[in-house]
Design a protein around this ligand. Structure first.
Ligand code: C2E
Ligand code: MG
Ligand code: MG
Ligand code: MG
Length: 283
């Protein structure tokens, strides 16, 4: 009896694993053709300047809609596969170029000077030729590098420190801005942080989420705000969902806010309408 159960259990698990593996292989082979099939696109989430109350930038976020079934797949699901397979290097370049081209289209249409932020994966950063790729894209698109910001996570910059600092300087020399994304979730050495030519810190959503009542969240957010102010970095809060969170952060001189309270990530037309509307309706 026990033996029989054991066998059944084994076959149950192996079926489960087999299904997971098949799904993952299907995703992976779908991703291999996603670029050529034009299945990727970007959405743009506004970043609001707390002083003026109007948009000062946007974050480009990658979206994948496989032609096969037409539903969006979450970046949290497909980006790890792109990273593990190395495809993120090419897809990441596509994101950078697409965001810069779109930025230029908006500039030429008379939109205000907004800073466009692009997420850079660890694999992309450590691939070795990021400064060259960024240089090429700046020249090809003609974007003002001061209006381009690269978002890196703490895990990216706390790896291989000396090489990382050198790469960061190369990027800064191009004139682009450098941001640390999801700040507070990783393990950052403050000592290294002050040696990096950064322009911005983004407070992770997991802390913002618990504002303004949770004492631990307040303590962490306050210390990131203080750190940013004393290092003269722009500080941005991500995942702002309520009016209370927005006013708490504004009172404490958080420079920029991003989150569903202001807007979800938007398609090209909706984003242009959002900016147009915000600028018109704010005196
Ligand atoms: P992230 O860079 O921290 O981006 C913020 C994520 O939080 C986005 O999720 C955004 O839609 C979501 N978000 C913004 N405001 C709110 C809010 O108020 N509430 C909640 N619950 N969520 C909010 P998304 O688009 O699903 O992206 C998830 C992650 O995938 C990103 O986190 C980033 O790490 C990665 N990612 C997205 N696009 C790219 C890309 O082009 N390249 C790379 N390397 N990674 C990307
Ligand atoms: Mg980001
Ligand atoms: Mg983030
Ligand atoms: Mg995040």
């Amino acid at each position: 009896q026990a033996k029989l159960m054991g066998t059944n259990r084994y076959s149950f698990y192996s079926k489960e694993l087999g299904a997971q593996l098949r799904e993952r292989m299907t995703r992976e082979s779908g991703l291999h053709r996603a670029l050529e099939r034009n299945e990727f696109f970007l959405e743009y989430q506004p970043k609001i300047d707390t002083q003026s109350g109007i948009p000062c930038g946007m974050e480009a976020l990658l979206r994948w809609r496989p032609t096969a079934h037409g539903n969006l797949v979450s970046p949290n699901e497909f980006i790890p596969i792109l990273e593990e397979t190395g495809m993120i290097v090419d897809v990441g370049s596509w994101v950078l170029e697409t965001a810069c081209r779109q930025h230029l289209v908006w500039q030429q249409a008379g939109m205000a000077d907004l800073v466009v932020s692009v997420n850079i994966s660890a694999v992309q950063f450590h691939a070795g030729n990021l400064p060259e790729t960024v240089t090429k894209i700046i020249h090809q698109t003609g974007i003002n590098p001061a209006l381009l910001c690269l978002e890196l996570t703490e895990s990216v910059v706390m790896q291989d420190i000396e090489q990382t600092i050198a790469t960061l300087y190369q990027l800064r020399e191009l004139g682009v801005k450098l941001s640390i994304d999801d700040f507070g979730t990783g393990y950052s050495s403050l000592n290294y942080l002050q040696r990096m030519p950064l322009t911005e810190l983004k407070i992770d959503r997991s802390f913002v989420m618990n504002l303004p009542h949770d004492e631990n969240a307040i303590a962490i957010v306050d210390s990131v705000l203080n750190l940013s102010h004393s290092l003269h970095l722009t500080v941005v809060a991500e995942g702002v969902e309520t009016h209370e969170q927005a006013s708490f952060l504004t009172e404490r001189q958080c420079h920029q806010l991003q989150g569903y309270f202001f807007s979800r990530p938007l398609g090209i037309n909706a984003f242009a309408d959002y900016v147009d509307f915000s600028c018109r309706s704010t005196p």
